[in-house]
Ligand binder design. Structure first.
Ligand SMILES: [Zn+2]
Ligand SMILES: [Zn+2]
Ligand SMILES: [Zn+2]
Ligand SMILES: [Zn+2]
Length: 170
């Protein structure tokens, strides 16, 4: 009985081979496929990869897409300034896609403090420079031309008053 079964199997194998060569489509239809897979190309975050399935028995093949993989985000923190909010910036190292998260509100108004001053003369306008001690924002306030500054000058025993900047006599 066992011998007969083996004999029967070998006949089947013989016919199977004949069918693969002779009438493949029919064989594919009747095959209980047993697929193995090969990854043809790996997925990235922007391009789907491809996988090929091949039936071990009848060599029937088909292709399928692989799922996109997650973005490979790198994060960096952007601090809040007086006027603009801060956030954590996420940027994909593969495709460059970005998104922002963890928003920090702006500090509010600047906190300007006087950092430099040049006084006006009768010839030239001076200024006061203010710098925000939180964000470094700078602005200058221009000062009005000032009056002459007279000095007492004695030349050859004669005393006069003249402006020390422009020389105008009083
Ligand atoms: Zn098959
Ligand atoms: Zn990406
Ligand atoms: Zn500021
Ligand atoms: Zn003057």
């Amino acid at each position: 009985m066992k011998k007969l079964f083996i004999y029967f199997l070998s006949i089947c194998c013989f016919f199977n081979m004949f069918l693969i060569v002779g009438c493949k489509d029919k064989d594919v239809d009747s095959c209980k496929h047993d697929f193995y897979s090969d990854v043809i190309s790996e997925s990235t975050c922007k391009d789907k990869g491809m996988i090929r399935y091949t039936c071990d028995k009848c060599q029937y093949t088909y292709f399928d897409d692989l799922k996109l993989v997650d973005h490979d985000y790198e994060s960096s923190n952007v601090g809040a300034t007086c006027t603009e909010e801060g956030y954590t910036l996420f940027e994909c190292t593969v495709c460059g896609k970005t998104h922002k998260n963890n928003f920090i509100p702006a500090n509010g108004n600047h906190n300007h403090k006087e950092t430099d001053r040049k006084k006006s003369t009768c010839l030239k306008q001076g200024y006061i420079e203010y710098t925000c001690d939180r964000c470094g924002d700078v602005y200058k306030q221009t000062l009005e031309i000032s009056d002459h500054e007279y000095e007492k000058v004695t030349i050859n025993g004669v005393t006069i008053y003249s402006c020390k900047y422009c020389g105008k006599e009083a």
